[in-house]
Design a protein around this ligand. Structure first.
Ligand code: ADP
Length: 162
């Protein structure tokens, strides 16, 4: 049985992430989308909000679980019985960091394999940080995130402004 963990900040989840989840699901029996609660990062959405947002994107799949983790990813993967870490690769700029992490994780947990999926052409430039930035300055992020996420973004940014 292949259990994959797809970790990330998902602040917020984008259509690029969703594409990786949907394609990743074809390669495993169960996919755990694991929201990182990294305290060094200041996030726009709380961990609970990010979890709810992701769950709302996949209402029908009983093979997708959404959870949160802190500490070492490999410890979390082992605790969840996962044998695969799934990561998306966008541009060359992602490569160096991902390459280092994959090697470090394989050193820490040789039984857990990191699998990379190339981004779909239509989402190669999409990142949560760019989506946040565009939305902050009033630009449309329609088509880059699900409509519900777009609404939550607008509401949160209005709250921040007032
Ligand atoms: P981070 O690891 O910096 O917190 P994210 O939470 O944004 O990154 O993303 C989690 C994972 O999803 C990473 O593997 C990242 O490369 C991947 N990812 C993010 N955006 C896209 C995209 N548009 N297409 C494919 N993969 C993506």
């Amino acid at each position: 049985m292949i259990i994959a963990v797809y970790p990330g900040s998902f602040d917020p989840i984008t259509n690029g992430h969703i594409n990786i989840v949907e394609r990743g699901l074809d390669l495993c029996d169960k996919l755990i989308v694991a929201v990182s609660t990294n305290i060094r990062k200041t996030n726009l959405f709380t961990t609970e909000e990010r979890i709810e947002m992701i769950r709302a994107c996949f209402p029908d799949s009983d093979r997708i679980e959404v959870d949160a983790f802190d500490g070492l990813l490999v410890d979390y993967a082992r605790a969840r019985g996962a044998n695969v870490i799934l990561r998306g690769l966008r541009a060359i700029s992602d490569f160096e960091f991902e390459f280092q992490m994959a090697h470090m994780n394989s050193r820490l947990a040789p039984a857990v394999e990191t699998v990379f999926m190339m981004t779909s052409a239509e989402y190669f430039y999409v990142s949560s940080s760019l989506v946040r930035e565009v939305a902050t300055f009033g630009g449309s992020v329609s088509g880059l995130v699900p409509p519900a996420v777009e609404r939550m973004l607008r509401t949160r940014l209005e709250q921040k402004r007032s």
